[in-house]
Design a protein around this ligand. Sequence first.
Ligand code: FAD
Length: 385
Amino acid sequence: MENSTFDLIVVGSGILGTFHAIHAARLGKKVLLTEKDQYPVNATVRNFGQVVTSGMSSDWFAYATRTAELYKEIQQEFDISVRNNGTVYLASDADELQLAHELKERMDASGYGAEILSAKNCLTQWPALKMEYCKGGIFFPQELSVEPDKLIHRLIEYATKKYPNLTYKPATAIVDCEVIGDHVEVTTASREKFIAEKVIVCSGGEFKLLFADLFKNSGIILCKLQMMKTVPMPEVQLEGNILTGLSIRRYESFQECPSFAKLTTPEHYAELKKWGVHLLFKKAVDGSIIIGDSHEYADVNHTDDLGFDVNSAINELMLKEAQNIVNFDVRKIASTWAGFYPQHNSKHVVEADIEGRIHIRTAIGGKGMTCAAGYAEASIKDIYN
Ligand SMILES: Cc1cc2nc3c(=O)[nH]c(=O)nc-3n(C[C@H](O)[C@H](O)[C@H](O)COP(=O)(O)OP(=O)(O)OC[C@H]3O[C@@H](n4cnc5c(N)ncnc54)[C@H](O)[C@@H]3O)c2cc1C
């Protein structure tokens, strides 16, 4: 009974579930963190690892700021792959540059450090950029990046070492979760049973194993993104989170700038926008460069329609635009993959509470690596209030 009874069971050990488990363990709760796979293989390991606070707005800017603090705090104790090498948004035309200046004003007003860089400054700092593309940029030197293939594994290792009251159980799919009187009973696929006062479900884009009826009517949308990674190119100078003109035209923080409403789409962006492409680069520790991404969507009841394959025409479109931006050979691709995350069109995250004991927290969208740690802290406070 001792080993099967907990204060809290967290379902799903992606970034959102793992940080819920960590914050509950910090409160002294006896926590079980479960993962259906042998180790997490979904959005949390398939992303860029860009921690771009500067792209967020409203409450999510605050969650992102707190997330960065938590990453740094943990990194001081245990190497979870956090690096401080900044974020730059590169403007390719006058409209994008104008938005960069307006964001700088907003950041100055909120006391969040930002620097406007001239085209020359950008080319000096990132010699891999092409002069023809870069008209200037906005730089956030304080921002962080993480290595998505390492972070979650190291974070779970850190958490289980640091908190003896946190137990991790991988290869444990939860297939039933039911409130019975004053507790919740959880059943695994191998019919093992666990009991807890509360359960938090952070199941990412998995909608069929638990609460399928609730998800059917949730309004969640699944997004498929295509990504590529070059062979290691240690000689290429492209450190940090590199975001480009199409990101300026897409990210929330720019949408709040006065000129955003007047922005028109130049003809050469039309095909890229059709596939939701905005070009980002992130150099990994081994010197390889992650290039992406595109966005295709399906509603929660038709997610299989997105397919599992990588559409080479979309990759080609991204590589063509990437080659307009950087001067190294972007076609030296070592791997390509699709990643998926759930999102909601009118909510920043989906929260549902069942009988005050089961708390669903998912669909954090494309900002989980930037906001999950801070959001999970607030969510745990709310749940235990
Ligand atoms: C290609 C791509 C690029 C991205 N780039 C960035 C970026 O640069 N910066 C950024 O901030 N964000 C980025 N994101 C978004 C970020 O990766 C996600 O927001 C985040 O990883 C979501 O975390 P999660 O824990 O909600 O979901 P997931 O990582 O999907 O984790 C959910 C986990 O729950 C498990 N699970 C599900 N059901 C059960 C069950 N019944 N029993 C047990 N376990 C279960 C799953 O196996 C999975 O491991 C990107 C995403 C993608 C796909």
